[in-house]
Design a protein around this ligand. Structure first.
Ligand code: CTP
Ligand code: CA
Length: 225
């Protein structure tokens, strides 16, 4: 029994993970989205479940199978993801926001397929709600973990997002790194914490990296409690 407890450090805890892109509809046949594959989020959810957590995975549209032992909630838009996350937030111990949430959505959603017209050259956009920032403002005891994929100055941008969104950790990666990034099975990341620590990780398979990241976060949490 002692061994079981040791190997399942998240037993009795709830972990919420978001993954994948969101899709913002323009009309019934078109949308705005991004290249997120969802792989990193799905592997974070698998890692949480493997460590014994009751794991809720809130996922945008991806081509991945539901991981075993994980409760999957499928969403499409940023607004739907916000609702799903808020309904799972209160009793969560750790919230990991791997999703690549669209920053903008079309101001209007057309009920019918739009027709091209002479002179048309733009669609009007509006900002989506920053889900993670909202969670940061409401935070009680939850450990809040963000992600940031950048093309340059990943650590610098990561540190300002960590602060602006009131996060405990942010996992940053440089998408131009040939060893990692969108769609790749491997990733190369740096873990930044609210205590100012900067921990780079070797390029690693996403499943292995996810376990290591969660374990590192749990260690750091137990040291600062
Ligand atoms: N995020 C979110 N809701 C949004 C936008 C982002 O929850 N509407 C979350 C992402 O899930 C991620 C973190 O915020 O965990 C950082 O996302 P990122 O796109 O890197 O940051 P932004 O604040 O959107 O800044 P920018 O895209 O301008 O770099
Ligand atoms: Ca963004």
């Amino acid at each position: 029994f002692a061994h079981e407890q040791q190997s399942l450090p998240l037993k009795g805890k709830k972990v919420v993970v978001t993954a994948g892109p969101t899709r913002e509809r323009i009309d019934p046949v078109r949308y705005i989205s991004n290249f997120s594959s969802g792989k990193m989020g799905y592997s974070m959810a698998k890692a949480a479940a493997a460590l014994g957590a009751y794991t809720v995975l809130i996922s945008g549209p991806v081509e991945l199978d539901k991981p075993e032992g994980v409760q999957l909630i499928k969403v499409e838009s940023a607004a739907e993801m916000l609702d799903a996350v808020l309904s799972e937030y209160e009793d969560a111990s750790i919230v990991i926001k791997s999703a690549a949430v669209a920053d903008y959505r079309p101001k209007e959603q057309h009920a019918q397929k739009m027709k091209k017209r002479e002179g048309d050259s733009s669609i009007e956009l509006e900002r989506t709600t920053d889900i993670l920032k909202t969670l940061g403002e409401m935070k009680k005891n939850q450990v809040l973990v963000g992600f940031a994929a950048e093309t340059n100055d990943a650590v610098g941008y990561g540190q300002s997002k960590l602060k602006n969104k009131n996060l405990d950790y942010i996992i940053v990666n440089d998408v131009t790194d040939p060893n990692g990034g969108f769609g790749n099975d491997k990733n190369v990341v740096t873990l930044l914490s609210k205590n100012g620590t900067i921990q780079p990780f070797e390029p690693m398979e996403k499943n292995k990296l996810s376990l290591l990241l969660l374990e590192t976060i749990m260690n750091e949490e137990s040291e600062h409690k």
